[in-house]
Design a protein around this ligand. Structure first.
Ligand code: IDP
Ligand code: MG
Length: 162
């Protein structure tokens, strides 16, 4: 039988979400965070950072053969990005649902890109597209000690901290 801690660890799904410089510049940080928060996902890491171009190239390495790669990396490194890790059951797949299709012209209304963006090169948010990329992106953007341990405190533990 699994120990309680192992059960918890096995259930913990995490994804990397970033508000890109256009989302930050347009004042959409709270709007975007609140959509993940209201759904019931848990924020386990967050920071504001201006990535270097080299860092952006690492983040988007899968796309290096695409014609828009250079412009995309220039853009990601052009200003502050809100880098986050969100946790919850199904958060990788459902996070992508909340975000909507890559091209905002094709994103459904009700999604973040569908409601708040117009063109593919300024689609305001990034989300990992699968378990492997989620792991890689979390490791690229965060050190392990920057991630919250999200096991809730027991009543006794809360009482003991007062
Ligand atoms: P995703 O962000 O929905 O996962 P990807 O295909 O991984 O989409 O592309 C990464 C980012 O590259 C997109 O969010 C978008 O900003 C940009 N991008 C994708 N396709 C195009 C394009 O055809 N022209 C310009 N930029 C693009
Ligand atoms: Mg992608």
């Amino acid at each position: 039988m699994l120990q309680e801690q192992e059960v918890h660890a096995a259930e913990m799904e995490r994804t990397f979400i970033a508000i890109k410089p256009d989302g930050v510049q347009r004042g959409l940080i709270a709007e975007i965070i609140s959509r993940f928060e209201r759904k019931g996902f848990k924020l386990v890491a967050i920071k504001i950072v201006v990535p270097s171009k080299e860092f952006a190239q690492k983040h988007y390495h899968d796309l290096k053969e695409r014609p828009f790669f250079d412009g995309l990396c220039d853009f990601l490194s052009s200003g502050p990005v809100i880098a986050m890790v969100w946790e919850g059951e199904g958060v990788i797949k459902y996070g992508r649902k909340l975000i909507g299709a890559t091209d905002p012209q094709k994103s459904e209304p009700g999604t973040i890109r569908g409601d708040l963006a117009v063109v593919v090169g300024r689609n305001i948010i990034h989300g990992s597209d699968g378990p492997e990329t989620a792991k890689d992106e979390i490791n690229l953007w965060f050190k392990p000690d920057e991630l919250m341990a999200t096991k809730p405190l027991s009543r006794e533990e809360i009482a003991n901290t007062e």
